[in-house]
Ligand binder design. Structure first.
Ligand code: NAD
Ligand code: UFG
Length: 347
């Protein structure tokens, strides 16, 4: 029986984590953030406090540091953990494979060991649509075969297998300790409607939406469109962009589900079920900010797939969750954040 509504959010100072703090607090949970700040700024946590009226506790440290984890688990009694801490740049992962495995796989294992030692078995893991590799059929469902084409994707897939095996081990030993959800995110974009928190990439953005936003605000000259010869609506890559507020709402739905279930393993796609092309994204941003976004067609980016969008029906039937915000709202919120904070949280 859970006697605390404290939720540990690792990586909670990051883009998705800071939004998760807001909705967790609004749903009646008390978020506690654990973050090394390797890719985030503590000002994000202050801003979360501005939105929800109370600044969440921030425990600064590394999820690979078992002694630090023990201190955190002794200080707080958690009902569940949302594990978002991780490195996420696909290109960087191909050059720093060991660092990615060590941080993402090692971090998840250290966290699970600490959870087991402190009697916390409810876990939500930030997985990714990247675990479907280059899926043969769209929309892609949770039952599709999994594969990975880069160390980042492989680190997510490895953690999924480790978590699945933990639950199987429980079943073999007649225990009912682990209660785990892997949430496979499609392409999160947008920001909290207040414009106080949002995506703040440290260097040149790897992803399309923050890149467009930085061009729109005048920080970068033009968007490179990576290829226009895919067999898609206009030849450019198609993705399932999901508003970050919908994405984090999906975590609360999963959390509520886990807290009612004794144990087990589940995976859910968090996407909208709709795909948009690069050119459609650019056009949507142009409409939101009221100015043209200079862009140029370039070569395909190596490792990219043509299209990917979710079959999100399992999350609807199991969790009663579905994305409700459309592309217009995603880009309007992304633009509000970028326009109000041209330098992000300030470096
Ligand atoms: P982010 O980089 O903004 O947030 C991740 C946070 O984790 C950062 O605050 C960083 O400082 C922290 N962190 C990294 N390694 C750590 C460690 N060893 N110990 C403690 N803190 C550590 O990224 P995000 O976009 O918010 O992504 C959150 C999670 O969602 C990540 O696990 C990412 O792989 C996953 N994900 C993201 C996307 C996306 O497109 N943004 C898509 C699919 C999955
Ligand atoms: N793109 C451009 N120009 C850019 C950036 C991207 O044309 O400057 C294109 C890409 O070629 C692709 C689309 O925009 O067609 C989306 O690219 P992103 O880099 O924004 O997103 P990806 O789908 O490639 O990957 C992202 C994350 C992965 C994650 C995946 C699924 O980077 O980590 O979404 O969640 F696994």
């Amino acid at each position: 029986m859970v006697d605390s509504l404290k939720i540990l959010i690792t990586g909670g100072a990051g883009y998705i984590g800071s939004h998760a703090c807001v909705v967790a607090a609004e749903a009646g949970y008390e978020p506690v953030v654990l973050d090394s700040l390797i890719n985030s700024n503590p000002i994000a946590i202050q801003r979360v406090g501005d939105i929800i009226g109370e600044k969440p506790v921030l425990e600064v440290g590394d999820v690979n540091d078992r002694a630090f984890l023990d201190q955190v688990f002794k200080r707080h009694q958690f009902a569940a953990v949302i594990h978002m801490a991780g490195l996420k740049a696909v290109g960087e992962s191909t050059e720093q494979a060991l660092r990615y495995y060590s941080n993402n796989v090692g971090g998840a294992m250290a966290l699970c060991e600490a959870m087991a030692a402190h009697g916390v078995g409810n876990l939500i893991f930030s997985s990714s649509a990247t675990v479907y590799g280059d899926a043969a059929e769209m929309p892609v469902s949770e039952a599709a075969p999994r594969s990975a084409t880069n160390p980042y994707g492989m680190s997510k897939l490895m953690v999924e297998h480790i978590l699945e095996d933990q639950v199987k081990a429980d079943q073999h030993t007649q225990q009912h300790f682990w209660n785990i959800a892997c949430l496979r995110y499609f392409n999160p974009v947008g920001a909290h409607p207040s414009g106080k928190i949002g995506e703040d990439p440290r260097n040149i953005p790897n992803n399309l939406a923050p890149y467009i936003a930085q061009v729109a605000v005048g920080k970068r000259e033009q968007v490179s469109v990576f290829g226009d010869t895919y067999t898609t609506i206009d030849g450019t890559g198609v993705r399932d962009y999901i508003h970050v507020m919908d994405l984090v709402d999906g975590h609360i739905a999963a959390l509520n589900y886990l807290l009612k279930r004794e144990s087990g393993f589940s995976a859910w796609n968090l996407g909208t079920g709709k795909g948009y092309s690069v050119l459609q994204m650019i056009a949507a941003f142009e409409a939101a900010c009221g100015k043209p976004i200079p862009h140029q067609i370039m070569d395909k980016r190596s490792g990219d797939i043509a299209e990917c969008w979710a079959d999100a029906s399992k999350a609807l039937s199991d969790l009663g969750w579905r994305a409700t915000r459309d592309l217009e709202e995603m880009v309007a919120d992304a633009w509000r954040w970028q326009e109000n904070n041209p330098d992000g949280f300030g470096q």
